[in-house]
Design a binder for this molecule. Structure first.
Ligand SMILES: NC(=O)C1=CN([C@@H]2O[C@H](COP(=O)(O)OP(=O)(O)OC[C@H]3O[C@@H](n4cnc5c(N)ncnc54)[C@H](O)[C@@H]3O)[C@@H](O)[C@H]2O)[C@@H](O)CC1
Ligand SMILES: Nc1ncnc2c1ncn2[C@@H]1O[C@H](COP(=O)(O)OP(=O)(O)OP(=O)(O)O)[C@@H](O)[C@H]1O
Ligand SMILES: [Mg+2]
Length: 324
């Protein structure tokens, strides 16, 4: 709306990295092995050459995911999008796009403080895409999540961030500005860890409702052939026509764009969201947008469609779906 840039930033955290759209953005985080919990780092374990090497290797594997989340936040409308990642991954991510602001801090011993000082400028944090499951990185992400909650910053948690939540659900329990975006496998892992029961696949709506309730009404988006969304009170389903492609990165497009939409929906407030919770409406919007991007990209590129083609459709798909 032409307001000055400081008012329009958003944050996304991804890839052993956090992606943060400033004044319209989001971020993502991850964790270690399923039942081990996060092992406390001894002293400054991240400073040991082996630990730093492991963190870097993990982050380098998935440099695409934080890029897709961060660029999607920009394309949806964030004025600035930050990526917080490991030192070694930073030049790789930066080289994809001059438009991203990249912070090589996530494997630093001061990672939490390095990210925390940016929090006052960030409208949302997307935690998880490409993060990996290294214990040291996850421990930093845990600290960043706690700092974000203390400042009331909205968080979207995806991918490896959900691994961390499956190990430590208390991290997000009852936080009303959190949205979780699990895919098929992530939902099963999370649901079984939180509810301590095998997943009942005969009742997809009930399963999402119960998980959200068990987490204290945290909003949950279960991605799949149809996306099922719940805040523990209501359940929405998004079955906007998409495509038969399941290219890697389309979930990152969803979480990155959701970071921005969460901020806008919270700004608008419940009176403008027809009695639905703002986070539920934002989630429905991000699912619709991702599926519409997939549909449009597939019409042009068929089986060769990739997430880069979908990102190119964010503008036209947004214009088609929403008034602005
Ligand atoms: N270009 C990149 O750098 C990308 C990196 N990614 C990152 O890769 C890491 C691992 O993510 P994964 O999604 O592989 O998570 P997981 O390591 O939990 O693996 C999910 C498993 O579930 C299976 N699965 C997924 N959807 C399914 C469905 N609908 N039905 C049945 N099985 C299904 C997959 O084949 C896989 O075996 C994350 O950090 C993620 O962000 C992905 O975001 C994709 C793109
Ligand atoms: N079977 C399907 N049919 C149609 N759309 C689908 C299907 N599965 C997923 N989608 C859509 O694709 C988008 C991303 O969901 P997906 O399950 O691919 O996420 P993901 O596995 O986390 O992706 P990523 O590879 O980025 O990690 C969502 O908008 C979802 O609605
Ligand atoms: Mg994913």
């Amino acid at each position: 709306d032409g307001s000055k840039r400081e008012e329009c930033e958003s944050l996304v955290i991804a890839l052993g990295a956090l992606v943060a759209p400033v004044r319209d953005g989001c971020c993502s985080l991850g964790a270690g092995s399923r039942f081990s919990g996060l092992r406390p780092l001894e002293g400054s374990a991240l400073q040991s050459p082996r630990a730093r090497h492991l963190c870097r290797r993990q982050s380098l594997r998935y440099t695409g995911a934080p890029y897709f989340a961060a660029i999607s936040a920009l394309k949806v409308g964030a004025d600035l999008s930050h990526v917080f990642c490991t030192q070694e991954a930073a030049p790789v991510i930066k080289s994809y796009s001059p438009e991203l602001i990249v912070h090589p801090v996530l494997d630093s011993p001061d990672a939490v403080q390095d990210v925390e000082k940016w929090l006052p400028r960030l409208h949302a944090l997307v935690v998880g895409p490409g993060l990996g499951r290294d214990d040291g990185l996850l421990r930093n992400v845990k600290g960043i999540l706690e700092a974000s909650k203390a400042r009331d910053v909205p968080v979207v948690i995806d991918a490896d961030g959900l691994w961390l939540i499956a190990e430590q659900p208390a991290l997000i329990q009852g936080y009303q500005k959190a949205v979780l975006t699990p895919n098929h496998a992530e939902f099963r892992r999370l649901s079984e860890a939180v509810l301590r029961d095998p997943l009942d696949s005969s009742d997809p709506h009930g399963a999402v409702l119960r998980l959200s309730q068990a987490l204290g009404n945290v909003t949950v988006v279960r991605k799949g052939e149809r996306d099922v969304i719940s805040d523990g009170r209501q359940v929405l389903e998004c079955s906007q026509e998409g495509s038969s492609r399941r290219c890697g990165g389309q979930g990152d497009l969803l979480s990155g764009s959701l970071g921005v939409l969460v901020h806008w929906a919270l700004l608008a407030g419940p009176e403008k969201t027809d009695g639905f919770s703002p986070l539920l409406v934002a989630a429905f919007g991000a699912c619709s947008l991702t599926r519409q991007c997939s549909h449009q990209a597939f019409q042009k590129h068929g089986r060769s469609t990739t997430t880069t083609d979908m990102v190119a459709e964010v503008g036209p798909a947004f214009a088609r779906l929403f008034e602005s």
